[in-house]
Design a protein around this ligand. Sequence first.
Ligand code: G
Ligand code: G
Ligand code: MN
Ligand code: NA
Length: 254
Amino acid sequence: LALRNGLRQALERGEFVLHYQPQFSLEDGTLVGVEALVRWRHPEQGMVPPMRFIPEAEESGLIVPIGLWILREACRQAAAWRTAGLEVPRVAVNLSAKQFQRGDVAADVLEALSAAGLPPTGLELELTESILLRGADTVLDTVRRLRGLGVHLSIDDFGTGYSSLAYLQHFPVDKLKIDQSFVRRLGEGGDAQVIVTTIIQLARSLGLGTIAEGVEDAATAERLSALGCLQGQGFHFARPMPPAELAVLLAGRQ
Ligand code: G
Ligand code: G
Ligand code: MN
Ligand code: NA
């Protein structure tokens, strides 16, 4: 309950901040986008990572207003980078299943885009398999509407949720994010390599993009590239960082 009240206050007091982790093409090294990752700048505890508060935010339903703030802030920041002449092709925002159950995600997205003046193609939404697996008509409807606007859609932590792939036939998504648990064990060969290879082939057959998360060294980046994975994200390339740091990184690349 203390955490719940703390989260409510944090939202009122503006204590949430977004960090951004760059995503790169494994083919030519260009920046393809950034993922927005929320942190709680706690007045006494310092930066609190999402693992410590997202589960409670989801359980309490506070993820709906917090998620709306995240969406608006990410769109605002993306538009600000464009205005400043910095090339960030796309900003990816994580969505929780609760936001689909309790909120009107499509309306929120439209509002956030128009308030920021960001074109829909500048936004990507990271959905989880649990959102899509439920397969409710309203979810399908929302996903189709968003895709129709030109918002990009990816499936986060792909391969960890459920074994059913049926939803891939119905949901018009753009990209699979290969979960870091597989990526981290890629060097060992064995099962992880089989799974990563299979996901890349599945994506290619379905005409979807691929991004590997949790790429921590050059050898893994090279293996992924050799297997045909298109994009990478991870500490090897860059950690999640505050927007001012990202601006410095971008200015250095241009
Ligand atoms: O940022 P970190 O590196 O610690 O993220 C840990 C977890 O928290 C990940 O599973 C990530 O998807 C989740 N997370 C981070 N930011 C957000 C967010 O803005 N919204 C939601 N729903 N989850 C987030
Ligand atoms: O579940 P989701 O993919 O949204 O969460 C991304 C999480 O992965 C964040 O907590 C982010 O800080 C973390 N992360 C990003 N790159 C790496 C990496 O190379 N190694 C590890 N261990 N974690 C990473
Ligand atoms: Mn994610
Ligand atoms: Na993930």
